[in-house]
Ligand binder design. Sequence first.
Ligand SMILES: NC(=O)c1ccc[n+]([C@@H]2O[C@H](COP(=O)([O-])OP(=O)(O)OC[C@H]3O[C@@H](n4cnc5c(N)ncnc54)[C@H](OP(=O)(O)O)[C@@H]3O)[C@@H](O)[C@H]2O)c1
Length: 328
Amino acid sequence: MQRRTLSQTDLDVSALCLGTMILGSKVDRVDCFPFLDAYLEAGGNFLDTARIYSDWIPGELHRSERILGEWLKARGNRDELIIATKGGLPEFVDMSHTEFGDWLDLGKVPGDLTASLDHLKTDRVDLYFLHRDHPDVPVDEIMDVVHELVASGKTRYVGCSNWRADRIRTANTYAVEHGKTPFVVNQLFWHVGVWKMDWKPSVLEAMNLEALQFHRETGMTAIAYSPQARGLFSKAVHSEALSGTGSLPSWYSPQLVDLAQALNPIGELTGLTVNQVVLNYLIQHPLAPIPIVGGRTVEQLQDSFKALERPLPKEAYETVLQLAGEPG
Ligand SMILES: NC(=O)c1ccc[n+]([C@@H]2O[C@H](COP(=O)([O-])OP(=O)(O)OC[C@H]3O[C@@H](n4cnc5c(N)ncnc54)[C@H](OP(=O)(O)O)[C@@H]3O)[C@@H](O)[C@H]2O)c1
């Protein structure tokens, strides 16, 4: 798998990061080691988790990090991998509480990082993300805490997740002017359909015009989560699971189905599934983002990884950008 260097770091990561949000939930515990092994066998070296992942499954907290830690120990490969985790969310109570209601709890951040290291069975992560922002908290307070995380040696670098572009700008300006550690990367919701989405303001941040301009200007690496739109394009083309509104994400818009139908023939012409076209929109994007690929099965992962071997021809890629409606 090709490597890319994350902005302002010496971290050489594979072009596709593996998301581990559903380890121990949608991916059964018994299947987790083969799932992680498959990514390694494909040449991947960059894993994304969070302290809160799989906490929505009753019975055990911090399941994703724990499983990842067990796997790292069993395989003895910690030093060959780039590990990212996230923290600073309030304790999980229920889905409605954490998913849509809560901002960053700054006071929890240092303790969260220490606890994550314990679960991951390592003495440092390579990248630590503040999982969300709290727009009422001044950035100087936040960046002072961020600085200490790096100074402690418990993380090599710090990034932000679900932050507005103007807040990242202000935070990094403060950091640079005061000799503090800046955010080096930004993790946000981004797939080919974002320009057609019905996105409601929330604690989550999606790629938008301001973020696009910010990344163009600063060169900061964007780490794109939900890069396959959770499989929505594939399901739209195959007419699966889109009939009942219960299964649709909150950001769904009928225009996404139209986009799926328009992208599918481009895939057929170039030997790609529509899901691979969706992934190649990011893999080939001029900003060189790193998509965090999710999947339930090894077969899905292997299918997604094939996108890397089959880049879209230049003209087809330009058509994808136009159909997506990305601002030029
Ligand atoms: N920072 C944040 O706030 C945040 C938020 C969310 C996620 N993340 C990170 O991003 C990672 C990925 O998120 P995600 O799971 O939403 O990403 P995604 O890659 O957009 O969605 C994964 C889903 O896409 C479908 N899929 C996967 N491979 C496919 C293929 N080859 N063909 C067709 N469909 C396929 C599957 O849906 P089915 O299961 O329905 O088959 C799979 O569960 C997470 O694990 C986490 O690390 C971060």
